[in-house]
Design a protein around this ligand. Structure first.
Ligand code: NAI
Length: 270
């Protein structure tokens, strides 16, 4: 038997293939038309993945797909409305028919609304839960079929620090409850699917500078409270979340499942 590279005295033990390399992997990212999802799509594509930029916003999604193609990366837009099971199932069928495989699925689509709990209508409560929690479940269920069949896959759900604390001063009980649901859903699915090769993890951002938080950042009293309660004293940037997703989407996290990775500038440590 020829000596293995590791047996030879001259072998460099630091020369290993990067576990972060996503070359040849196919990844779906929902809610990728803007904000955090856009940056997750660009980061995964930059790491070598072929990325399906999935969103209900066609113009924004096509622009992000063009952006990554212009940068010499691989990917395309695909429509999805995560509140519609038929739309989610069709997305996954379309990816399997077109790309032939699915390795990574990042469930990031979400909405935030600020309404005092006692004034929240049934309709608004159900809408927030339907996008943020039911949408993540629909996506997990749809991608689980092909991933479990193949015995391989990495799912990353975008939850929030709002799933472990309740934000202040803005009222958003439905949003917080939906994100707590995403964290527990993630742990439940991780347990069900671990022995069959599919890892399910969550990333929970703190305040990140996107359209979702723009109005709050322009509201002086809210901004001052948010920054005072964040040990790092600033909001995060989308790439600081995308890098955490990259880790959980890649083989670098091969022993991680059911985890909730908080990336919040220290907010939940006070
Ligand atoms: P954003 O509002 O900038 O982008 C959300 C994206 O989701 C949009 O492209 C939108 O078209 C898409 N989307 C919404 N409903 C959809 C549906 N039914 N089907 C398909 N796509 C849909 O939000 P942002 O800030 O980029 O947030 C992304 C994720 O990160 C969300 O899940 C959010 O709850 C979470 N998050 C954000 C934080 C922040 O400070 N920005 C903090 C913690 C969590």
């Amino acid at each position: 038997m020829p000596p293995r590279d590791s047996d030879t005295p001259t072998a460099d033990p630091t020369r290993v293939p990067s576990p972060f390399d996503l070359s040849g992997r196919v990844a779906i990212v929902t809610g990728a038309a803007r904000g955090i999802g856009r940056q997750i799509a660009l980061t995964l594509a930059g790491a070598g993945a072929h990325v399906i930029v999935a969103d209900r916003n066609e113009d924004g999604g096509r622009a992000v797909a063009a952006e990554l193609q212009d940068a010499g990366r691989s990917g395309r837009f695909a429509f999805v409305d995560v509140t519609d099971s038929a739309s989610v199932d069709a997305l996954v069928r379309n990816v399997l028919a077109t790309e032939g495989t699915l390795d990574v699925s990042v469930h990031n689509a979400g909405v935030a609304v600020n309404t005092p709990a006692e004034e929240t209508s049934d309709e608004e409560w159900l809408r927030v839960l339907d996008v943020n929690l039911n949408g993540v479940f629909r996506c997990c269920r749809a991608v689980a079929g092909p991933m479990l069949l193949r015995g391989q896959g990495a799912i990353v759900n975008i939850a929030s620090m709002s799933g472990v604390i309740s934000n202040t001063p803005q009222p958003q009980a439905h949003y917080n409850a939906s994100k707590a649901g995403v964290i527990t859903l993630t742990k439940s699915l991780a347990g069900e699917w671990a022995e069959r090769g599919v890892r399910v993890n969550a990333v929970s951002p703190g305040y990140i500078g996107t359209e979702m938080t723009r109005a709050g950042m322009e509201h002086e009293a809210w901004r001052d409270r948010w920054l005072a309660m964040t040990p790092m004293g600033r909001v995060g940037e989308p790439h600081e979340i995308a890098n955490a997703v990259w880790y959980l989407a890649s083989d670098a996290s091969s022993f991680a499942t059911g985890t909730n990775l908080l990336v919040d500038g220290g907010y939940t440590s006070w």
